[in-house]
Write a protein that binds this ligand. Structure first.
Ligand code: 16G
Ligand code: ZN
Length: 535
């Protein structure tokens, strides 16, 4: 039984501001100065979650990803390195909104009994944070909650979000048949580097890659990873830019994956030669997009859709070449934001099925587990590839019947280690893309030429109450307000290759409208029409 006095006294040091909090798509995220009580209360939930799972380790990540430097956030990681079970999100919200220290403790006890949690069970939590200056104070609030509830804690200090997910999975699979890797940051680098070398073998890189790290945690961690990759003659030349984590105000400012995707241009600080491969990470290194400028100076974005199509085509080829295609189901998971051309390319050209889910990593991740090889990416660059236990078994036990099969199989096998199975990981995805381009002998222009994106436009519409916008069909249609969907359908029908949808944002107080059509002008026009329907 938690010590009532202890919890209440500790909570009293973390008063709740007069605000309503909600555990959203990526946990709690807001101005850092509002987060103290929230993080304390997330600590209480982590204690409950770990005890419910009989002492399995739960992860807590303190980060606000691509948000501005003054923001921060907190999210929980479940034992296999996946996002917190959705049914627990409401408990997080309720704890965060409890109106007094006593009410908080009462709720804590109610959850303990409602969820049949053995309060004597062990509880273990690991925590990490990105490079934001507000991080250490927030970790201290978390520690107080964990101390008051008798939780065993390991503080991994500064890590990328995917590194924390990796560690959680390693800890909880240690000594089982699903052992994932060594429980240390070094183990993470070693695993990636060794898989990368195995995947490359004698293949050569055509030039290097410039990586913009958004002045976030990805910078120092990529610099560390490079030491493990080695810079031999045949090694990959990675030029790291925007890795200044000493100036806290530089984080995500005029750089990073979100800047590139939103503005459709390279960060001013990225100076690359024509046709040179460039990539941008976000502030906690779980998102990546590629881009380059062609010889005429025109900018081209290779976003999450492009990474998904590249990975799906390579993996489908490898499965076929290694003699496993009949045994492994391959699928791609996208959201409604995926460009229609990418979906068409996957289904019609690669002949691989596509599933569309709601926005947010947890939805895509879940859907991807239904395939033996599930490729999932959001257009914004969040994503990874999941291999089912069955797929891992086939890949490691298959007897190749020719040297070509053996070669493809070895590459496929190395990818199961190179690709982060816990969550989308910008560093792992970076190496994956580099491996694929080297194997295919492709320049970024070849990659871009696989299909032509439909012109599209995304607009943010401020509305009186976004909660009245209820979507269905993987957020592609609105069921309420009644009548709005038919107006949207009518507008879409007037455009060649038109497609549009409106959905309430899960992270901002607004509705987002996406539209694509045969030409840039039509896409703009359609977006404008749909925006005025929802406004
Ligand atoms: C969160 C999600 C991201 C999604 C975005 C959509 C995670 C880790 N992050 O940042 O995947 O694309 O929300 O935001 O799931 P929106 O609901 O405001 O459009
Ligand atoms: Zn992120």
């Amino acid at each position: 039984m938690a010590n009532k006095e202890k919890v209440i006294a500790a909570s009293a040091k973390h008063p709740r501001p007069d605000r309503i909090f909600s555990y959203g798509t990526a946990g709690f995220r807001m101005k850092a100065n509002l987060l103290d009580s929230v993080v304390f209360r997330v600590g209480l939930l982590a204690a409950l979650r770990s005890r419910k799972l009989n002492g399995q380790t739960i992860g807590v990540m303190i980060t606000a990803s691509h948000n501005p430097p003054e923001d921060n956030g907190v999210k929980l990681v479940d034992p296999m390195g996946e996002m917190l079970d959705q049914s627990w999100e409401t408990y997080a919200t309720s704890l965060a909104n409890a109106t007094s220290d006593e009410a908080l403790f009462t709720l804590y006890e109610k959850l303990t009994s409602d969820l049949k949690i053995n309060s004597e069970a062990p509880a273990r939590v690991i925590v990490a944070r990105d490079t934001r200056t507000s991080g250490p104070t927030l970790v201290a609030s978390l520690v107080e909650a964990l101390t008051a509830t008798g939780v065993e804690l390991t503080d991994y200090k500064i890590l990328t979000t995917p590194q924390l997910h990796y560690l959680v999975r390693c800890i909880n699979t240690k000594g089982t048949q699903y052992e994932y890797g060594e429980v240390s940051e070094k183990g993470y680098y070693e695993k990636l580097a060794s898989a990368f070398k195995k995947a490359m073998r004698s293949k050569k890189f055509d030039g290097g890659v410039v990586v913009d790290c958004a002045n976030g945690v990805g910078g120092p961690k990529l610099n560390e990873l490079i030491k493990y990759l080695g810079r031999g003659e045949d090694g990959l030349a990675i030029k790291v830019v925007n890795d200044d984590v000493l100036n806290p105000d530089a984080l995500n400012v005029q750089c990073g994956a979100d800047f590139v995707k939103t503005n459709q241009r390279a960060p001013p600080s990225v100076k690359a030669a024509p046709l040179e491969r460039c990539a941008s990470l976000d502030g906690d290194a779980d998102r990546i997009v590629y881009y380059f400028t062609d010889k005429s100076g025109q900018f081209h974005l290779l976003d999450g859709d492009r990474i998904a199509t590249l990975a799906a085509s390579f993996l489908a080829d490898l499965a076929r070449q290694s003699g496993l295609s009949g045994k492994l189901s391959i699928g791609v998971v996208q959201t409604a934001y995926a460009n229609g051309s990418s979906t068409q390319y996957v289904t019609e050209h690669l002949k691989v099925p596509v599933v569309c889910t709601n926005t947010g990593v947890k939805h895509l991740h879940h859907a991807a587990t239904r395939f033996d090889i599930g490729v999932y990416f959001e257009a914004n660059g969040h994503g990874t590839v999941l291999f089912s236990p069955q797929a891992i078994k086939h890949i490691s036990q298959h007897e190749p019947s020719s040297p070509a099969q053996a070669d493809a199989l070895e590459t496929l096998h190395s990818l199961t280690d190179l690709i982060n199975q816990a969550v989308g990981d910008a560093l792992s995805d970076l190496l994956l893309v580099e491996v694929i381009l080297a194997h295919k002998g492709w320049s970024p222009e070849n990659w871009l030429a696989t299909y032509k994106d439909l012109p599209n436009r995304l607009v943010r519409v401020e509305v009186k109450d976004r909660h009245i916008f209820k979507a269905y069909d993987a957020e592609r249609k609105l069921e309420s307000p009644v009548g709005v969907q038919s107006l949207i359908d009518e507008a879409v029908g007037k455009f060649s290759k038109g497609r549009s949808f409106a959905r309430a944002s899960g992270t901002e107080d607004a509705v987002r409208v996406y539209a694509e059509a045969g030409s840039r002008g039509e896409a703009e026009d359609l977006a404008g029409k749909v925006a005025s329907i929802v406004r």
